[in-house]
Design a protein around this ligand. Structure first.
Ligand SMILES: Cc1cc2nc3c(=O)[nH]c(=O)nc-3n(C[C@H](O)[C@H](O)[C@H](O)COP(=O)(O)O)c2cc1C
Length: 194
């Protein structure tokens, strides 16, 4: 049995990426795995203020909903994160949340002096994204962000589901195959962790 955390990064509660992620959550729960879900738009999470009090011990001095989600993520072996593309990047909600993990980056690289690029993955990540257009580079910015976010959390980018041409909040529902793919990915991620 595995513990996973699912992070919904879209401001739309029932839009394309939220629908896809909820399918992945269903898939992950099929075998009795535990998945905690967080909707970032409903959380109280400050952006990083660059105070750098985390240089002392890796703890962020801004106390809000970040700490609870972080602790769940650190106890999880699987993370599922969904964000649509906003101006070729992840959403502001997602990025504000990610930036708070600078405290963990500081702990890993400055306090514990982990050599860059030398770490063992201890958790796996499924990234789900969608954008309205069909550009070849649509997901490049978000994937770079994810790469370094994964590094900070000692996390392997296990799989990413990237869907072009989705704009209206129900567009994804016209693609049963996308929903099935998300469900399968959640199930396969969870079974790869057990
Ligand atoms: C502020 C904003 C910026 C956006 N920027 C892009 C973009 O750069 N490229 C693109 O293809 N779609 C862009 N979109 C469209 C969304 O990515 C698209 O509607 C997506 O399906 C929304 O996913 P959701 O329903 O999960 O929120 C943007 C939408 C908004 C609101």
């Amino acid at each position: 049995m595995a513990d996973l955390t699912a992070i919904y990064g879209s401001p739309r509660r029932n839009g394309n990426t939220s629908t896809l992620l909820s399918k992945a959550v269903e898939g992950a729960r099929e075998q009795g795995n535990t998945v905690k879900e967080y909707v970032l738009r409903d959380m109280n999470i400050s952006p990083c203020l660059e105070i750098y009090s985390c240089k002392k011990d890796g703890e962020c001095s801004i106390k809000d909903d970040f700490q609870g989600i972080r602790d769940d993520m650190l106890q999880s072996s699987g993370i599922m994160l969904a964000s649509p593309i906003f101006f070729y990047a992840v959403t502001a909600h997602t990025k504000m949340f990610m930036d708070r993990f600078q405290s963990l980056w500081v702990k890993k690289y400055w306090i514990n002096e982990t050599p860059f690029g030398k770490w063992t993955p201890i958790r796996k990540c499924l990234f789900i994204s969608a954008g309205a257009t069909s550009g070849k580079k649509l997901f490049d910015g978000a994937l770079y962000t994810m790469k370094y976010f994964c590094d900070t959390l000692d996390m392997e980018m296990w799989n990413s589901l990237l869907y072009r041409g989705l704009d209206g909040p129900k567009d994804v529902q016209k693609h049963e195959e996308y929903l099935q793919e998300a469900r399968d990915a959640g199930r396969d991620l969870a079974s790869s962790l057990s």
